[in-house]
Write a protein that binds this ligand. Structure first.
Ligand SMILES: Cc1cc2nc3c(=O)[nH]c(=O)nc-3n(C[C@H](O)[C@H](O)[C@H](O)COP(=O)(O)OP(=O)(O)OC[C@H]3O[C@@H](n4cnc5c(N)ncnc54)[C@H](O)[C@@H]3O)c2cc1C
Length: 437
């Protein structure tokens, strides 16, 4: 047998782990996966809570997430998967309004009646419209304003766009918005209710099973291993040491990849493309409490003065028994990683966000909180503006043997673990094809 080709995978999130799973099935490869943080899982990583594992950022699956559902089956984890009834609300004008069914929309009093009807028709149109390309060059803000009117924009859509994209909200492509509505509407089960998928043991059960499987297949996994440079001579610098590879796959954020590449004429346009993609950070504050704050799983906070986007009572999806009888909450926001709120110390952030929570739920008391955690990710959501389709970087870079697969290449769908699994497998097949060509 000829010598094995050395594959270096950078990033231990779901894309990197899936690529490692697929490439390690090929005996012609010896695979090493490196991850800069001290654990695997990337944006879907968990931490220990209540005797189990909880994601640092809120996670669930949709029925349409077929790539990850197939992987779950393949890993023998189907029994860990649970499908739960979701309940969604919008906080506006001092209360949480249910916002899940067509009837909820019809009764959504912060929007005028015509706006509710127009929103219903727009949602129906987007659900059945299969071709998104016509939406790519128009902003969601403009298209939805024309379709739904000012009252629906003010009470429903503009706050959601602002919450997700901050100051970039009015640049976001309608194609991205179409995908959100289209996928979500089509993920409803036959009875009309929305089911969301979660795991006994959290998403960490997938990370752990993937880690176990790829280690068994001989993959070397190094955490705490930061890749600082990739060179033209098929080497990378990892924690100061030079390592040789035949093929290299990077799965982290696009601008971070640009920083690793050597300055070289053929690479300059590619690197400029990578740098043109902007990201927002995400901050999640998680707390556990004996207190219940209502019946909703997910509440979008649609007031202009709200300091966060979403309030989630995770145990209204999964049940508090899982966490030793305590309710588990997330408060989340997408923020500029250079901005003031992203960089607030934990205590100050908690003070700011809890004071707004008190406004939303006057009965809320911090006295009953038993645990509090704050997690920040600097590159959590890329800005999908109307020029985005032209910014998407190629999987194959101008550097021979070096590949890129990350969620900035997923468009018009939103990023998600399902797409990370799909793309991890796709890039593995591409590398394999090139290696065997
Ligand atoms: C707030 C929030 C909520 C979400 N909710 C959901 C949800 O409900 N359902 C869902 O399916 N998905 C959800 N997602 C999206 C999902 O988490 C991601 O799409 C998915 O985890 C991306 O996986 P990835 O491997 O592509 O990237 P990442 O998870 O970002 O992994 C990339 C890894 O590369 C590492 N890395 C980067 N640079 C280097 C370097 N130079 N050297 C070494 N390592 C490096 C990073 O540390 C990271 O671990 C959510 C994301 C966020 C932020």
């Amino acid at each position: 047998m000829s010598a094995q080709k050395k594959i270096l995978i950078i990033g231990g999130g779901f894309t990197g782990l899936t690529a490692a799973l697929r490439l390690s099935a090929d005996k012609n490869f010896s695979v090493t996966l490196v991850e800069s943080s001290d654990h695997l899982g990337g944006l879907a990583a968990g931490f220990p809570l209540g005797g189990t594992s909880l994601e640092k950022t809120y996670h669930h699956l949709f029925l349409t997430d077929t790539s990850i559902l197939d992987l779950v089956k393949e890993l023998g984890l189907s029994e860990r998967l649970i499908w739960c009834d979701s309940s969604v609300g919008i906080y506006r004008e001092g209360k949480v309004h249910p916002f899940k069914t067509p009837l909820d929309l019809l009764q959504f009093s912060p929007c005028n009646f015509l706006g509710r009807l127009r929103t219903g028709f727009a949602a129906l149109y987007l659900k059945h419209q299969k071709n998104w390309r016509g939406f790519a060059g128009v902003t969601a803000q403009d298209w939805m304003t024309r379709a739904c009117g000012a009252s629906a924009m003010a009470s429903i859509w503009t706050p959601l766009l602002k919450g997700k994209f901050d100051r970039h909200f009015d640049k976001v492509s309608m194609a991205w918005f179409w995908a959100r509505i289209h996928i979500r509407a089509n993920s409803r089960s036959g009875g009309g209710g929305e089911k969301l998928g979660y795991f006994h043991g959290g998403f960490n059960v997938i990370t752990t099973a993937l880690e176990k499987e790829i280690r068994q297949r001989g993959v070397t996994i190094q955490t705490g291993a930061l890749v600082e440079k990739i060179s033209t001579d098929h080497t990378a610098v990892i924690n100061g040491a030079t390592v040789a590879f035949d093929y290299c796959l990077f799965t982290g954020p696009s601008p971070a990849f640009a920083k690793l590449l050597p300055a070289q004429v053929s690479l300059n346009d590619y690197a400029a493309k990578l740098r043109s993609i902007e990201y927002l950070g995400a901050t999640c504050l998680i707390f556990t409490s004996a207190q219940s704050l209502g019946d909703f799983y997910w509440v979008n906070v649609n007031e202009a003065d709200a300091p966060f986007l979403v309030f989630i009572q995770h145990t209204n999806l999964v049940g508090k028994e899982t966490y030793g009888g305590k309710h588990v909450y997330y408060i989340g926001a997408y923020l500029s990683p250079e901005g003031k709120v992203f960089n607030l110390p934990d205590d100050e952030l908690a003070k700011l966000w809890f004071s707004y929570l008190k406004k939303m739920f006057p009965a809320f008391t911090a006295d009953q909180i038993s645990e509090r955690h704050v997690f920040r990710f600097r590159a959590a959501q890329h800005i999908v503006d109307t020029a985005y389709a032209a910014k998407i970087p190629d999987f194959k870079t101008p550097l021979p043997g070096v590949f890129l697969s990350n969620f900035s290449q997923i468009f018009p769908e939103d990023r998600g673990t399902n797409f990370a699994v799909r793309e991890g497998a796709r890039i593995a097949a591409l590398i394999q094809a090139e290696a065997h060509a």
